[in-house]
Every structure is written in C-alpha cells, then in structure tokens.
Design a protein around this ligand. Structure first.
Ligand code: PLP
Length: 404
C-alpha cells in the first residue's frame, strides 16, 4: 500500500483568501446595492504593455513557421534573455553576475518554493513574521519545519523574526543560528524595505555563520528611494552567500503570463560543491523551460520603449500607493510601506484584531483588504492594502475610509 508524504498533513489550512472570498460573497448577497472595492489581492490589474503584446505576437508568428519554430528551450533559458538580464539588472548596478548564473523560470513562486530542495532536510530556516507563506509551506512539505503548533500559529523548528512597529518592520539578526535565511525586499506584505548598509549586515552575518540567504526581490521595480539596493549583489560578499529570486509579474504584469529567474552565483559553495551546479541539475531534471514566446516578451521590457512603458505602469500603481498612504495618514491611521512597494501596511485602530477590522472595513466602507494576521502571528493588529487597484477605485476607497 502506498503511503503519502505525511508532511502535507501537518500544513494548517490556508484559509486566508478563501475566508476573505466567502465573507465578501456573503456581504454582496445580502447587500446587492453596495459597490465593493477590492484592495486586497496581490495581483496586478493593468494590461500587458504594448511592447510585450507586440513581442508576444511576433514570437507566436515565429513559432508558426518551419524556419523559426522553436522546440524545447535551453535548460537555463535563452541566452538573449539571460544576457539582457545580466546587462540591465546586474552590470548596470555594478554587480558582476555571469550569464550562466541566471536561471530562467516560470516565476518567483515556483523558484522560491523549489529552491529548498537543494538543501539538507535538517537545515534550519529563518523567516520574517509576517511572511510570504511560500517560504514556510515549501519547507514544511519537505519535512524541515517540525510540527505546527496551532495556538502559537508557528512551526516548532523554524526561527521566526518578528517584524513589527517595535522593530521598525525589520528583522533582527536571530539569536539562534539559522542555515537558510529568507529575506524579501521590498517586502510583501509590509511594504517595508532595507538600506544597503542594513542588507550588508545580513550578508556579513551569513558569510560569518555559513548560512545562505534566499533573497526574494519580486518588487525590485518599485524601489523609489536612493540607498535601497536593487539587488543583493550590490553588497560586498553576497556572491558567496546569496541566491536572488526575481519575477516579471509585479513589474510587467506577467502574473498570468509567467516568467521569472533565479541567480545562483558559482562562488556560492558548500565545501567544494557549488550550489549553481546543484540548481542546474535540478532545473535540467525537473523543468523544461519557460516558453520561447514568454522569454521574448520578457526581453522586450528591457528595450528603451519597454522600460518607458513599464515605468509608466509602476508610476500608476505608485500614485495609488501615495493616495492610500497620504489619505490614511490624514485620517489618523498609523501606516508604513507604500514608498518602495505597492503595499501599505496599516495598524488597525483601537487595537482591533486584523479580522475585526476586515469586517468593519467591509461592512462600513465596502472596502476589502487583507488581515495582517493571515501572514503570521506578528501580523495581528495590522492590515494590508494594495496599490494594484484602479486609480478611481483607490480614490473612492480612501474617501470612504476617511469618512468612517
Ligand atoms: C507575487 C510574489 C511572488 C510570485 O511571483 P510570480 O513570479 O508571479 O510567481 C514571489 N514573491 C513574492 C514576495 C510575491 O509577492
């Protein structure tokens, strides 16, 4: 009789977005005349930029002609895309990354979930709390996180780094030494970010204790301030301790088109073994490449016209972020984020729980956000609003919140 991977049974149900969906549906059924504004989900709403659409069409035409048809893509991704990434995202920032250190994939979710496979099961991970859930759940599935303790809402074998107002929404170096450190900057869900000096401390720490940093930079394109690193490889010594994960989803609207990449430097080693060769082996065995048409479309965002169009999309969302930020501040809320990230993280008023505030906002303002407690116990008492809505809806949502 076969047996299942029992680690899956340890996973607590992920009720966050389904609970939100059910609550919103019930409210809509009971109040059909009310117009709900959704500022909850982390998905983009603007359509693909014209350069992307044009590139997709062109690539589809190529696929339909014998002379230019493409079958399986190279394991690491097409060289034209990897070279473009190296030149624009790394060389231009003074980071010396080689093209065979870039692995093209179908997105940052897969990569951030799969990367744990190349580490030993008895490695100990550390994560920020609140956190993007993929880092923990993928390690739980692999049996690396111990047992889930429901009343603590935590796993027994994970080092949590609370990121609250008290820590200025930044993690502190953990007391217990971890093997794998997950960092996400600019951060989902808190919208916070990290300065180059602060990130350098993490790089130095990882090199000192022999830990590896998994650096999720899915929101890199939203960085607006100076002294915020666009890649961890701007830090000295990062190539011997860090893997960076990037995505085309939040900068170029590829959430439904699917494209991302991971950087694994060859200097990143465990003894004599290079993690680059392990990830290449894993990629070659379990992944058959992102579609050619998608890779062509991804490369298009790096053209002069592409950069301009992408910048306009990000500016559109960041205008929304400003409306939310300034509007909530004016209404007396304590908020953070929304400057280098499309997320605004607000404290619930009057010490309301995250879910009580969710219900309050839904019923009184007909605005949907995400309860902070859904991202980890330290998210309790906080609430996330996203800048991914339309300008008009964002304005109206904030006007309604101001009137409460
Ligand atoms: C959205 C998001 C991702 C997923 O990106 P895809 O490339 O669409 O898979 C990864 N990490 C974080 C923190 C995200 O918010």
């Amino acid at each position: 009789m076969f047996k299942i991977n029992e680690n899956y049974l340890k996973l607590p149900g992920s009720y966050l977005f389904s609970t939100i969906g059910k609550k919103v549906q019930k409210f809509t059924e009971e109040n059909p005349d009310k117009k709900i504004i959704r500022l909850g989900i982390g998905d983009v709403t603007l359509p693909l930029a014209p350069v992307v659409v044009k590139a997709l069409h062109g690539a589809v035409d190529e696929m339909g002609v014998k002379e230019t048809f493409k079958g399986y893509a190279p394991d690491l991704g097409y060289e034209f895309l990897r070279r473009t990434i190296v030149d624009n995202d790394y060389k231009a920032r003074g980071a010396d990354i080689a093209i065979d250190e870039i692995f093209i994939s179908d997105g940052a979710k897969s990569d951030s979930g799969n990367i744990q496979e190349i580490f030993a099961v008895n490695n100990k991970i550390t994560v920020c709390d609140p956190v993007y859930p993929v880092y923990i759940d993928s390690n739980a599935m692999a049996g690396r996180t111990g047992d889930y303790i429901p009343d603590k809402e935590r796993w027994s074998n994970v080092i949590y780094m609370p990121c609250t107002k008290k820590t200025n929404f930044a993690p502190e170096l953990p007391k217990e030494t971890p093997d794998v450190i997950y960092l996400c900057y600019p951060n989902n869900p808190t919208g916070s970010t990290i300065t180059k000096e602060e990130l350098q401390k993490w790089v130095d720490y990882a090199n000192k204790v022999g830990a590896v940093i998994i650096y999720d930079a899915a929101y890199e394109a939203y960085i607006s301030e100076e002294n915020v690193p666009h890649t961890i490889y701007e830090c000295e010594g990062a190539k011997t301790c860090a893997i960076e994960i990037r995505s085309f989803s939040k900068n170029a609207g590829f959430t439904g088109t699917r494209l991302g990449f991971t950087v694994v430097p060859k200097e990143l080693k465990c003894g004599e073994v290079s993690l680059n060769s392990l990830w290449a082996r894993r990629h070659g065995t379990k992944f058959n490449g992102a579609p050619y048409i998608t890779q062509v479309a991804g490369a298009a965002i790096y053209s002069a016209e592409g950069k301009k169009q992408i910048k306009e999309q990000i500016a559109y969302y960041m205008k929304n972020a400003e409306i939310i930020r300034e509007g909530l501040k004016a209404a007396g809320y304590s908020i953070s984020g929304g400057v280098n990230a499309p997320y605004i993280w607000m404290e619930t008023p009057k010490k309301m729980s995250s879910w009580d505030f969710f219900d309050y906002l839904l019923t009184k303002a007909n605005v949907v956000g995400t309860p902070g407690s859904g991202f980890g116990p330290s998210g309790e008492g906080y609430f996330r609003l996203t800048a991914f809505g339309t300008y008009e809806n964002t304005l109206e949502a904030i006007e309604r919140i101001k009137k409460l």
